[in-house]
Each structure stands twice: as structure tokens, then as C-alpha cells.
Design a protein around this ligand. Structure first.
Ligand SMILES: C[S@@+](CC[C@H](N)C(=O)[O-])C[C@H]1O[C@@H](n2cnc3c(N)ncnc32)[C@H](O)[C@@H]1O
Length: 282
């Protein structure tokens, strides 16, 4: 089951690596691109059932799934509701050993002291345009885990305090998501620093051993995270294929043509070396 299928790229990759059948669930209009992409790949189309609707209403159609994949991680790990989606997938799937990808998510905070004077000042919790600020960030301490879930045990703490031993000019929020045994994605390595570093409007001198409370306004509201930090996606050293997949989702969302989307998905699959395998499925 692919929750939030978008262009269908993860469903196609799942088939390419051996899935027998995929239930692809997508609630937004982008679903017509999913269908259009599949219409051009008849062998794959036979093995992907596209379901339009919200996962929380139609998810039961994936009750026989043995594996659930979902890219609802967002820049901050939790703002696209991955934790709730995966927990729900666990509840409805009947497989004794259900595999979840990602299998866990962790959000951490890293207090940062900048070396030398700041080259610009900026409002708190605002990100752009800040690149010069991060020219040489100095990590002040090890990450403090703010929230972690394996989608069984929820441990999401939104209020916390951290112990730091020096100046704090900014904090980085780092999201790490474990995909499989060895594979991990993180906004620390796959996203530009400016995407996850939040400068404090004034640096704080913290004597050794003091406890510093930081309010980051990540508050879980009734339907969504209120005050979620807003991040723009561009640049950085993210894996080029990840970028391409999000670009394709972007084309679809912003009213691009079906041909453009089909062309982009096909060429990405070709670059990944799986297009041949998909065409030879019977
Ligand atoms: C970040 S995109 C990922 C698209 C694609 N899987 C990829 O990796 O490129 C997330 C997609 O999930 C869909 N989505 C989010 N929440 C959903 C839900 N509760 N039910 C169904 N689709 C959902 C969004 O409409 C969006 O198309």
C-alpha cells in the first residue's frame, strides 16, 4: 500500500523491486496524474489499484497489504501526519509481519553557537534569506531528541528543555527517518542548513550546566500542527532522485500537463534503471 501516492513513483518502484500488487491511495486531484502515468504503462497498471480518497476513509482497502510505504514525512518529520498514517496502517493491516517504510521517525534539536559575529539579524523562526548566517555554523552540543516514534509507541514531546554549556545563537531541528535496516534519510544531510536552522533573535549566553527552555511553537492542534515552522524546498545537496520525485509532484500540483508528468516519471524510472523491469511485468 502506498499512502499519498502523488505521481505514483513509489508504487512503481515497489513493483519494480518485487511487489505483486500495490494499492495506491491519493486524496488530491493529483490522482489523475497517477492514473495517466499508469495508463501509459499497461503492465504496471494491471498491478496497481489507484484509490482516490483520504487514507483515513479508504485505507481499509489496503488491509491485505504486507508493506506500507508513505512519503508524508515533510521537512520536520511530523507535520504531514506520517505518525498518524503509519499508526492507522498498523491498525488496519492484517499481515502478521507488516513492513513499514519509513519504520520510525525521530526529531531532535541541536543548539548552535555561531563562530564570530552574525552577519545578519533576522526575526526569530524565519528562514529566508539567511544563507550567509550559516556560512560556518558551529554545533554546540549533541542533538536532544524531542520526539520519536516507531508508530507503535508514540513519544512526541513538544515541550522540552535542554542543557547547554555555552552560547546559543540558533537551534537546528533535525528529522531522521529510518527507511529500512541500513537506510536513513535526514534533513541534516539531505537538506541545506537553512532549511532546518532557526536563529534566535538574540543569542543567549548559557552558563555551563544551565537548563535552557526553548519554545519552538510546534503545537499539535485539533486537525494540524499550529504554528508549524514554514520551510521552503530548493537547493541543497539532497539526493538528485529525491529532488526529481518532488519536482514531479510539484508539476502535477501546479497544473502541469499529463504529458509532462508522464514524461518526467518515465525518464526518472529509466535513470533508476527500472523501466525495463516494469515493461516486462506480465
Ligand atoms: C509528499 S507527497 C509524496 C508523493 C509521492 N509518494 C512521492 O514520493 O513523490 C504526499 C502526497 O500524499 C497525499 N496525502 C497526504 N495525506 C493524505 C491522506 N491522508 N490520504 C491520501 N493522500 C494523502 C498528498 O495529497 C500528496 O500528494
Amino acid at each position: 500500500m502506498d499512502v499519498g501516492a502523488g505521481s505514483g513513483i513509489l508504487s512503481l518502484l515497489a513493483l519494480a523491486v518485487g511487489a505483486k500488487h500495490v494499492i495506491a491511495i491519493e486524496r488530491e486531484e493529483v490522482v489523475h496524474f497517477t492514473r495517466a502515468v499508469l495508463a501509459r504503462m499497461p503492465a504496471a497498471e494491471k498491478r496497481i489499484t489507484v484509490i482516490e480518497g483520504d487514507f483515513f476513509s479508504v485505507g481499509k482497502s489496503g488491509a491485505n497489504a504486507q508493506m506500507v510505504v508513505s512519503e508524508l514525512i515533510g521537512y520536520m518529520g511530523f507535520e504531514e501526519d506520517i505518525a498518524m498514517v503509519m499508526a492507522q496502517a498498523r491498525r488496519i493491516a492484517m499481515a502478521a509481519r507488516l513492513v513499514l517504510v519509513p519504520r520510525s521517525i525521530r526529531l531532535s534539536l541541536i543548539p548552535i553557537a555561531f563562530a564570530g559575529d552574525l552577519v545578519a539579524t533576522t526575526p526569530r523562526l524565519s528562514l529566508e534569506p539567511l544563507r550567509p548566517l550559516y556560512a560556518r555554523p558551529t554545533v554546540a552540543t549533541m542533538p536532544y531528541v524531542l520526539g520519536e516514534t516507531d508508530f507503535v509507541r508514540h513519544n512526541l514531546r513538544w515541550e522540552y528543555s535542554v542543557e547547554v554549556a555555552q552560547r546559543v545563537d540558533a537551534v537546528a531541528i533535525v528529522c531522521e527517518s529510518q527507511l529500512g535496516e541500513e537506510s536513513m534519510v535526514s534533513n541534516r544531510i539531505s537538506t541545506d542548513w537553512p532549511r532546518c536552522v532557526f536563529p534566535l533573535s538574540e543569542g543567549i549566553e548559557v552558563p555551563g550546566g544551565a537548563v535552557l527552555g526553548i519554545d519552538l511553537e510546534l503545537i499539535r492542534g485539533k486537525d494540524e500542527y499550529e504554528g508549524t515552522l514554514s520551510l521552503a524546498l530548493n537547493g541543497g545537496t539532497r539526493n538528485q532522485h529525491e529532488w526529481r520525485a518532488s519536482d514531479i509532484a510539484g508539476i502535477a500540483r501546479e497544473g502541469g500537463s499529463v504529458d509532462e508528468v508522464v514524461q518526467s516519471v518515465t525518464s526518472l524510472l529509466q535513470e533508476l534503471g527500472v523501466l525495463g523491469r516494469l515493461s516486462s511485468l506480465i
